[in-house]
Design a binder for this molecule. Structure first.
Ligand SMILES: [Zn+2]
Length: 328
C-alpha cells in the first residue's frame, strides 16, 4: 500500500502535468506562448555528494554542526576514507531518483497549503557521522549512505528502491513542517512544546515512510497496528499526560519520557507511529483531509489522541483531560 501510495503520488504528479498541457491546448495561440514561459518549472531536486578527496566535505561538516560537538566534528573531518562499493551503490541509487523526487514534491505537499519551499532542494550525501537521514534546514535533506548500508543492506536489493522513495517523502515532509513553523511563528519554549511538536513532525514523516502493513484497512486498524498499539497506547496515554501536566520535570525524567518517541525499532515508537496511523485514518486516501491537522500544529496531538485512543488508555487519557484545560 505504501508502494501504492508512492505510485499514487507519481501518478497524481503525472496527471497534474497532463491536466496542465490539456489546459494549454485550449487557450488561444497568443496566450499559449506566455503560458509556456509562465509554467516553466524552475524547481529541482539536486543530489550532491558531500565527500571531497576521501574526506567529508565542508558542506557535510556544516550540516552536522547542530548534531555533533566541535571536537567530534574536527575528528570526523580529519578521517580519510575511501568510498566503499556498497556506499557507492547507495549514491548511485539516490542520484538516479532526483527527477522522480522532484516530480512528486507537489503531491507530498498537499497537506501543507500555502507553504512554499525553495525551488532548489538539495539532497546532500555523506558517509560518516550522520543518522541515516536528517534535515539541517528547510531546503536540505541529508542522507548518510554508510548508515543506509548498515541499516538496510545493499542498495541493489529491490526492497530498497521503494524504501528510499519513502525516506525521501518522510524527510521532504520535515522540510515542509520547518517552513510551516517559520510561517506560523511557532515557538518551542518548553519540554511539552518539544514533545508535542516531535509527535506532529515525526507522525507526519512516518505517515509518508511507513510500509503498507501499518496502514488502516478501511476505517479499522491493520492487524499489525492493532497488535502493536496494545503496547503503545498505554505508553502514549501515560507519557503525553505527564508531559502536558508536569512543568518541572528533571532532565532524567524528561529523557525517560522522550525515549523512543520516534527512535528505535518501529514497534517501540510510541509517539510517531500511532500519530502516523491516525493521520492515515483521517486522510482516507485523500491528503487534502490532512490540511486541517497540519494547521492545528502541536495541538493536533491531544485532539487525535482523544479521538483514537481506546480501552484503558482512553479512560486514563480522558481522566487526564478532565483535570486539565488542554482539551479545548
Ligand atoms: Zn523524521
Amino acid at each position: 500500500m505504501k508502494n501504492l501510495s508512492i505510485y499514487a503520488l507519481s501518478l497524481t504528479a503525472i496527471l497534474l502535468v497532463s491536466c496542465n498541457s490539456t489546459t494549454k491546448k485550449e487557450t488561444n495561440p497568443i496566450k499559449k506562448e506566455t503560458s509556456i514561459h509562465k509554467t516553466k518549472d524552475a524547481r529541482v531536486v539536486k543530489v550532491k555528494v558531500g565527500i571531497t578527496a576521501n574526506k567529508i566535505s565542508n558542506e557535510w561538516k556544516e550540516a552536522l554542526t547542530k548534531r555533533k560537538s566541535s571536537a567530534v566534528l574536527d575528528s570526523l573531518s580529519s578521517v580519510v576514507k575511501e568510498i566503499t562499493k556498497e556506499e557507492q551503490e547507495w549514491i548511485n541509487l539516490i542520484q538516479s531518483k532526483a527527477n522522480k523526487w522532484n516530480a512528486i514534491r507537489d503531491s507530498i505537499k498537499v497537506p501543507f497549503q500555502n507553504i512554499k519551499l525553495n525551488d532548489t532542494i538539495t539532497v546532500l550525501l555523506g558517509y560518516q557521522g550522520g543518522d541515516d537521514a536528517f534535515t539541517p534546514n528547510s531546503k536540505t535533506i541529508c542522507l548518510d549512505v554508510n548508515a543506509f548500508h548498515r541499516e538496510y543492506g545493499s542498495a541493489t536489493k529491490p526492497v530498497n528502491d521503494n524504501r528510499i522513495d519513502r525516506i525521501f517523502a518522510h524527510e521532504f515532509t520535515h522540510l515542509l513542517h520547518k517552513q510551516w513553523a517559520i510561517k506560523n511563528n511557532l515557538e518551542i519554549k518548553s519540554f511539552k512544546d518539544q514533545i508535542l511538536w516531535e509527535c506532529v513532525t515525526e507522525g507526519f514523516g512516518m505517515y509518508r515512510s511507513m510500509s503498507s502493513k501499518w496502514f488502516p484497512v478501511g476505517d479499522s486498524l491493520s492487524a499489525t497496528s492493532e497488535k502493536t498499539f496494545q503496547n503503545l497506547y498505554p505508553i502514549f496515554a501515560e507519557r503525553i499526560s505527564k508531559v502536558v501536566t508536569n512543568s518541572n520535570l528533571t532532565k532524567e525524567e524528561e529523557n525517560a519520557l522522550h525515549a523512543n518517541l520516534s527512535r528505535g525499532s518501529m514497534k517501540r515508537k510510541w509517539g510517531a507511529l500511532p500519530v502516523a496511523v491516525w493521520l492515515a485514518i483521517e486522510a482516507k486516501g485523500n491528503d487534502e483531509n490532512l490540511v486541517k491537522w497540519v494547521n492545528k500544529g502541536p495541538d493536533a496531538i491531544v485532539l487525535l489522541a482523544e479521538k483514537y485512543l481506546t480501552g484503558e488508555s482512553k479512560i486514563t487519557f480522558d481522566a487526564f483531560l478532565k483535570n486539565t484545560k488542554v482539551a479545548e
